[in-house]
Design a protein around this ligand. Structure first.
Ligand SMILES: [Zn+2]
Ligand SMILES: [Zn+2]
Length: 425
């Protein structure tokens, strides 16, 4: 248990990458030059080129982080048809101004590598509901990054009838094309109430399909179910509850912009490590000897076995925390940087009566302190505490209260026991 480990005190703020590029005079060659591509290249080819460049220019591969951030930005703009148009026309100035106007910020630096880049989408249309999916991922997978394939069933607008449901579509006779009907609902004998709701006949569409001309593919449903594999590229250092948005991958409905398919990352509990942002924490118990003379800890780390040592001269008290820099999680936006690892140390003391007299004598001379405090015969001696040592108050009338106590669920069982062992009274 991490009881009371003040994790928050040791946590620094989450770092974000500062990829702000200063507006230049209007010129629109630099991004193409950075990526080493011709201006006629297709948006899809830009992504491919970026993947190739990432293999050598990524900071993990020894590339310059600043240059790589620029490459990523250039690829992000040029692989998006809408943003590319703005760049070609107005250069970086246009991008910097336009970006805040209607585009959202990329989810992270690696959206492009995973094909998650924002698609241009029309504004102001009605949108079908978003779909969310929780994806459980281990801490190790979050450390290394992982690709997960999700098989989803989603509705697509029927291509055969273009979402009409058939080749002959009439105005619904039930609702006269309004899509809504007013119904009288009987509440009881002689009691009615009016309610307005979607027409059952046309399912609120206002149109009905002549059964003889019903679409063969969708059987008049206007949509059909399609199986699709969604590839989720979970980034190194991806935080718990991070959302990966797949634009337009939710169910399609006729005359509506499709909603988004949203994958929410759920971090599984790890047997050793607790995680907070990019930092990790673990508990470890060392012996009293190690606490005084030095300790070595073998950590079964997410990145393989690590041996860490206490600093020379370090003395550990039970509950002390030691930090090992950069042994935490990678930072999602800059995965070549790492958070820290905190080790919450407990010290196991020798059992009572387990030290031979010679050892005790050795300790008396070895350890600092007043030697006159050494045990002597005839003095009052302490004994290990037991609950039975508590003296009952003989003057209080407590038999009635005792019964009440036992009936009160707030005082029953565990809570009371914890109170006794923790604070004595
Ligand atoms: Zn109708
Ligand atoms: Zn159809």
């Amino acid at each position: 248990m991490f009881g009371g480990f003040p994790f928050h005190e040791f946590m620094s703020g989450h770092q974000t990458h500062g990829g702000s590029d200063s507006p230049n005079e209007v010129e629109n060659d630099r991004f193409y030059e950075l990526l080493g591509v011709d201006k006629t290249i297709s948006c899809a080819e830009i992504k491919k080129k970026y993947r190739v460049l990432a293999k050598t220019k990524h900071p993990d591969k020894g590339g310059d982080p600043k240059l790589f951030a620029e490459l990523t930005h250039a690829a992000e703009i040029l692989s998006d048809p809408d943003k590319r148009k703005v760049y070609d026309k107005y250069g970086e100035n246009g991008i910097n101004q336009g970006r805040s106007a209607h585009d959202h910020e990329p989810q992270d630096l690696f959206d492009l590598l995973s094909g998650r880049a924002q698609r241009g989408r029309p504004q102001g249309e009605r949108k079908s509901p978003d779909t969310t999916h929780k994806l459980s991922v281990t801490l190790s997978e979050l450390y290394h990054g992982v690709t997960k394939n999700l098989s989803i069933n989603r509705n697509r607008v029927c291509i055969e009838c273009k979402g009409q449901g058939g080749s002959k579509v009439n105005i619904c006779s039930e609702c006269k094309g309004r899509g809504n009907v007013t119904k009288l609902i009987q509440l009881g004998p002689g009691m009615y109430t009016q309610s307005s709701g979607p027409c059952d006949e046309c399912r609120g569409m206002g149109k009905s399909i002549d059964p003889r001309y019903k679409c063969k593919k969708c059987k008049g449903a206007r949509v059909f179910t399609e199986k699709k594999i969604i590839e989720v590229l979970v980034d190194k250092g991806c935080p718990n509850h991070h959302k990966y948005v797949f634009y337009g991958e939710s169910d399609e409905e006729p005359e509506m912009r499709p909603g988004d398919f949203i994958v929410i990352i759920i971090e599984e509990e790890h047997p050793v490590f607790k995680r907070k942002n990019a930092d990790l924490a673990m508990e470890y118990t060392i012996s009293l000897k190690e606490a005084l003379t030095g300790y070595k800890i073998k950590i079964d780390h997410l990145d393989g076995v690590k041996i860490v040592e206490g600093a020379i001269g370090d003395i550990v008290k039970p509950g002390d925390i030691r930090t090992i820099e950069e042994l935490g999680m990678p930072l999602m936006k800059t995965p070549y940087k790492f958070g820290n690892l905190f080790i919450h140390l407990d010290v196991e003391f020798p059992l009572p009566q387990s030290l031979p007299a010679s050892t005790v004598e050795g300790l008396i001379t070895a350890l600092p302190g007043d030697e006159s405090m050494a045990p002597s015969d005839g003095a009052l001696k302490t004994i290990p505490y037991d609950k039975a040592h508590i003296t009952e108050n003989s003057t209080a009338i407590h038999s009635d209260y005792k019964e009440d106590d036992e009936e009160d669920p707030r005082l029953a069982g565990g809570a009371r026991r914890v109170q006794c062992s923790g604070t004595i009274f």
